[in-house]
Design a protein around this ligand. Structure first.
Ligand code: ADP
Length: 434
């Protein structure tokens, strides 16, 4: 692979983060690669793209710049081909990466185990550590690694930074992180609760404080990240103290296709009585369960349409989803003792007023309520949706994981002041391990 010239030749991240410095954020999956070119100061996405069906003859590439999406189809052999295609599109339809002054490439990595509580600048040791953590995330970490390796080959003159989904939750108290499992077995196999979506929970809890003009240290928060994957967190003074996902992203809330919490004996039962293999059960619990398993649909827009038509399975799926969500809100009220803000984020949390309404319905006695008018519709800015009288604010706060990764990447290479110039605070920058 030939390196792309002109990228990363600027001497200092500080100087590059004037009007034009940018970060290329890469999220590499097993058969897909998402990217976004982000201005970490202004926060806007300059360009973005998605390459799907890597390794197949019918790959699809979409690259969006200046409001136009260019679509290409054809075979994409591997992740190297995929990124090369993306870089070709930057060269052909823009923006020009040399002009965009890319100061860092930020890579999303799913599992940092107990080794990473902050972003890390990529070197051989970091790559080895991510590979060593692969047993904890066998589908994700190897795919993330492939993306990093090809990006380093194609963009060798720019620092690469890894940002871990688990890092924010390394602060979980022992009592919250520990499964009541035989100690020796747990230790030998690194079995504990790690938590995921950390970049989003950290970004949103920081954004809440800034939107309210309050100190992050003073706020007790519950963050509800409700996308296709869904997780809840309890954040005390900016420090994560509980979260719903565990060793893997399967634990916790009901999700689009994942069960969330389930009696682990269901696995033994399916194996012994239905003759299912471990891989089959893994696939069932991760891909054919949740809303989809209950109703055939994992998109809330469809689910509401079906409910409107009287579909009882769809209604039951919504009921199960909301019941679990409310249990977690209640649990985190107990964990935190006092909750200042509950915020909703991600695809469902930002868009679905009905889910938000149901999640906190009937909690007036606890000082929690939603104002129906404020709650209406989709929110693209941090918005308070609770009435004035409540002791706990309920908010919708759009997440932006790419921007958070871009800013953490800049901070990791020593250029974190770029964001402060835009009025942002340190909390979005990852900073040192807490
Ligand atoms: P991912 O976990 O894949 O990043 P997102 O955060 O993008 O997921 O959330 C995707 C989900 O958001 C969809 O499956 C759908 O249920 C929900 N969603 C998106 N737009 C709307 C909308 N307008 N109304 C209700 N739900 C929506």
């Amino acid at each position: 692979m030939t390196p792309v010239p002109g990228v990363g030749t600027r001497p200092s991240p500080h100087s590059a983060l004037g009007a034009h410095g940018s970060v290329l954020v890469i999220n590499s999956g097993s058969s897909s690669l998402k990217y976004q070119l982000v201005n970490p100061v202004g926060g806007e996405a300059i360009a973005s793209g998605l390459i799907e069906r890597i390794g197949e003859s019918d790959g699809v590439v979409r690259h969006t710049f200046a409001g136009n999406t260019t679509r290409r189809t054809g075979p994409i052999g591997d992740h190297g081909d995929a990124l090369r295609t993306a870089l070709d599109l930057f060269a052909e339809v823009g923006p020009d990466l040399a002009e965009a002054q890319v100061v860092a490439v930020g890579h999303r990595v799913v599992h940092g185990g107990s080794l990473f509580s902050a972003p890390a600048v990529v070197d051989d040791d970091v790559l080895r550590a991510i590979a060593d953590l692969s047993p904890l995330a066998p589908l994700h970490n190897p795919a993330n690694l492939r993306g990093i390796e090809v990006a380093r080959t194609l963009l060798p003159d720019v620092p690469h930074v890894v940002v871990f989904d688990t890092a924010f939750f390394q602060t979980l108290p022992d009592a919250a992180a520990t499964y009541a499992l035989d100690r020796a077995v747990a230790e030998e196999h690194a079995i504990r609760r790690y938590g995921f979506h950390g970049t989003s929970h950290q970004y949103v809890s920081g954004k809440v404080a800034r939107a309210l003009g309050r100190r992050l240290d003073d706020l007790n928060q519950i963050v509800l990240h409700l996308g296709n994957g869904a997780s809840a967190s309890a954040v005390r003074g900016g420090v994560a103290v509980e979260t719903s996902m565990g060793l893997t992203p399967l634990e916790g809330l009901v999700m689009g296709t994942r069960t969330g919490d389930i009696d682990p004996a269901v696995v033994f039962h399916l194996h012994r009585n239905a003759g299912m293999s471990v891989d089959e059960i893994d696939e069932l619990l991760n891909r054919r369960s949740g809303l989809k398993g209950l109703s055939g649909e994992n998109d809330f827009r469809e689910l509401h349409r079906l409910i409107g038509e009287g579909d009882r399975d769809a209604q039951r799926a919504l009921d199960v989803y909301v019941h679990r969500l409310r249990k977690y809100i209640g649990a985190y009220l107990a964990v935190l003792g006092r909750v200042d803000v509950i915020s909703f984020t991600a695809g469902v949390g930002e868009n679905d007023a009905r889910v938000r309404e149901l999640a906190v319905a009937g909690l007036e006695g606890l000082g929690i309520a939603i104002d129906p008018e404020r709650n209406q519709g989709r929110k693209t800015e941090p918005t308070i949706i609770s009435p004035a009288w409540t002791s706990t604010l309920v908010m919708v706060v759009p997440t932006d994981e790419e921007l958070a990764i871009a800013r953490q990447a800049v901070a990791a290479i020593g250029g974190g002041d770029g964001g402060q110039a835009a009025g942002d605070a340190d909390d979005e920058y990852g900073g040192p391990a807490r």
